[in-house]
Design a protein around this ligand. Structure first.
Ligand code: ADP
Length: 260
């Protein structure tokens, strides 16, 4: 490794080598710590729905005479499995994003249509809480952007879904698109739901982070939605912002590049 002739240079090279090895080791330690924490979170997240499903199946195996009760237990077991599927999908996505394994497929597309599609997908969930999904009629003209359409759809689904989950009954979710600096547009998702206080606001993009651990769990989240959103936006070299007032509501905004 050390091709040198005089002692002083050799000493310097050895020192440099030792420092680089130390940094390498520290990086490894950080990654190991990260891996351990991630695995801990994963098993914790999976345990609750798994035990729920197991519980209902055990009860059903013991025999439940009443048909409506049987149906109810089956339905709950199915919900648990559904939740497991969502968590595993989210985990898969986050690990790919964090490992840099995701290659973006850039195309030019109309983001107005995309918002409308996402509204169609989530209409049923919104209806359950009587939440109105609003999109200003001024967007009759297409707004073309350059991005990975599937990933941007994922971002919109996660943000609109959150606005429904944490929105109040009879509330509203509004999506707006505006011109932004540097040939960009900014897309805002605004709700008038429970809002987020300042101490939590700085942490909601962390993976597995939830404001109200028990409350959010009832909403069926994995705590991964917003970290997926942030990764996707940052992969595009774009920005995401959040503003929120407890009791009043939240605004999540992100930028996208306009198509040329
Ligand atoms: P989850 O699966 O728990 O919804 P997210 O990563 O999507 O995970 O969100 C993290 C946390 O941020 C949520 O648990 C919730 O407490 C809070 N949050 C996200 N979106 C909103 C919103 N629109 N209004 C209020 N709180 C929100």
């Amino acid at each position: 490794q050390f091709i040198t002739t005089d002692m002083a240079t050799l000493e310097k090279e050895v020192k440099k080598y030792a420092i680089s090895k130390k940094i390498e080791l520290e990086n490894l330690k950080v990654r190991e710590e990260y891996r351990r924490e991630f695995m801990g979170n994963v098993s914790h997240e999976l345990k609750t729905p798994l035990f729920t499903v197991q519980g209902y199946i055990d009860t059903l195996m013991d025999g439940v005479k009443d048909k409506s009760l049987r149906d109810k237990y089956l339905e709950r077991a199915q919900k648990g499995v559904e939740r497991l599927v969502y968590i595993v999908q989210d985990l898969d996505m986050i690990s790919k994003l964090e490992m840099g394994d995701v290659k973006l497929q850039y195309t030019d597309f109309n983001v107005v249509t995309l918002v409308q599609n996402v509204f169609d997908m989530l209409e049923m969930q919104a209806d359950k809480k009587n939440i109105i999904l609003m999109f200003d009629s001024k967007y009759s003209k297409p707004i073309r952007v350059r991005a990975d359409q599937e990933k941007v759809q994922q971002v919109l689904i996660n943000l609109v879904m959150n606005s429904i989950k944490y929105g109040k009954e009879n509330g509203t979710t509004e999506v707006a698109i505006e011109d932004f600096i540097n040939n960009k547009v900014i897309i805002r998702v605004t709700d008038n739901g429970e809002g987020i206080d300042a101490s939590n606001l700085s942490r909601i993009f962390e993976r597995f982070y939830r404001v109200d651990k028990s409350g959010s769990r009832n909403e069926g989240g994995s705590g991964l939605g917003l970290s997926i959103v942030k990764h996707i936006i940052e992969h595009h070299n774009e920005k995401i912002y959040v503003e929120s007032k407890p009791g009043k509501g939240s605004v999540f905004s992100f930028t996208l590049e306009k198509a040329k």
